[in-house]
Design a binder for this molecule. Structure first.
Ligand code: 4NP
Length: 149
């Protein structure tokens, strides 16, 4: 079983979308997908209603998800850890215990745009268009990820 973890700050906007989108593109028997946040503000909460809505608009249900915080054990559990932005990247690297942990952490948009180090912008304080834009970026990245797996 190949295991993929999607990480953002709150685990209510971007990474729940990334989790739902990748799950929709892979075989459940072969690939396990989960998500987590580097912050604990929203632990136990459903995804943001705007993420739920944009996912539903594209035929994906993410209402089975509950926010959780990233834990060091995730380095052992997962084969790859996709982070949404530079800030998530730095925060996760601070928790890495060794080179093997560090090498699991990747900026998700580098899958579609290699070596560009682009960020998935945090849509939390913006409007609905931000969520649609995030959806498109993650859908493109997950197309590359699902082909690679
Ligand atoms: P996310 O978005 O990291 O994509 O889940 C955010 C959600 C909540 C907050 C920040 C970003 N917040 O500050 O509460």
């Amino acid at each position: 079983m190949y295991k993929v973890l999607m990480v953002c700050l709150g685990n209510i906007c971007r990474s729940p979308l990334a989790e739902g989108i990748l799950k929709s593109k892979v075989n459940k028997a072969d690939v396990f997908v989960d998500s987590a946040g580097t912050g604990a503000y929203h632990v136990g909460n459903l995804p943001d209603p705007r993420s739920i809505d944009v996912a539903a608009k594209h035929g994906i249900n993410i209402t089975d998800q509950k926010a959780r915080k990233f834990v060091v054990k995730d380095f052992d559990e997962f084969d790859v850890i996709y982070v949404m932005d530079d800030s998530n990247y730095q925060n996760i690297l601070l928790l890495a215990r060794n080179k093997a942990d560090e090498e699991k952490v990747k900026l998700i948009l580098n899958e579609a745009h290699p070596n560009k180090n682009l960020n998935v912008p945090d849509p939390y304080y913006g409007g609905d268009q931000g969520f649609e834009d995030v959806y498109k970026m993650l859908d493109e990245a997950c197309n590359f990820i699902s082909k690679k797996i």
